[in-house]
Design a protein around this ligand. Structure first.
Ligand code: IMP
Ligand code: MG
Length: 185
């Protein structure tokens, strides 16, 4: 996993934090677990745009249930690099959540503030259940405090890109997750 160089000449791309193989292996496990936990039900996957779209596409195909899809886009007010917890819904869901088993699919939980807002917002729409599947969580965050049912990987504090995650809309298409080097020397 860590240590190998990404196959790219871009000096902003640092070491690989999670390889494509590791992502794929973990998604198979998560999909199997979700399929078992929600057996007999038809969960609604709610992807948080844009970062979660790559993960959601692969996760959905690892779930052996009749899943449905919807998407939400949110933006934080204020400083772009530090989440304030004040969130604005830029694109709301198309579907009604009443009685649905909702699975929020997120790319990365950093402070957890965006997720806390989303969960509260979706819970108010009378779903049967709301669970969370996050590909990445910052090391040190208390999974239990955030009530994260499914987590792919815990990662160090470094800013990362790839597999949906961006810097100014770039790098989302990298098939692995690597460290972003702000000032290459
Ligand atoms: P939170 O509200 O602090 O948990 O913010 C989470 C959101 O911040 C994620 O959904 C990402 O959009 C963004 N984010 C946090 N850390 C990173 C990172 O390392 N790379 C890319 N985006 C990140
Ligand atoms: Mg996001």
């Amino acid at each position: 996993m860590a240590g190998s160089q990404p196959p790219s000449e871009d000096p902003h791309l640092g070491e690989v934090i999670v390889s494509a193989d590791a992502i794929s292996q973990r998604i198979s496990e998560l999909g199997a677990q979700i399929s078992e936990d929600l057996a007999g039900r038809a969960p609604l996957l709610v992807g948080v745009l844009k970062g979660a779209f790559v993960f959601m596409a692969d996760l959905a195909r690892a779930i052996d249930l009749p899943v449905e899809f919807d998407f939400m886009a949110v933006s934080s007010y204020g400083n772009a690099t530090k989440s304030s917890g004040v969130v604005r819904i830029v694109k709301d869901l198309d579907l009604d959540l009443t009685g649905r088993d909702v699975l929020i699919v997120e790319d990365i939980i950093d402070s957890g503030l965006t997720l806390a807002y989303l969960r509260k917002n979706l819970m108010a729409r009378n779903p049967a259940s709301v669970e969370v599947c996050a590909l990445l969580v910052r090391e040190g965050l208390q999974k239990t405090d955030l009530d994260l049912r499914y987590v792919g990987f815990s990662i160090p504090p470094d800013f990362v890109v790839g597999y949906g995650l961006d810097v100014a809309e770039k790098y989302r298409n990298l098939p692995y997750i690597c460290r972003y080097v702000e000032d290459p020397t």
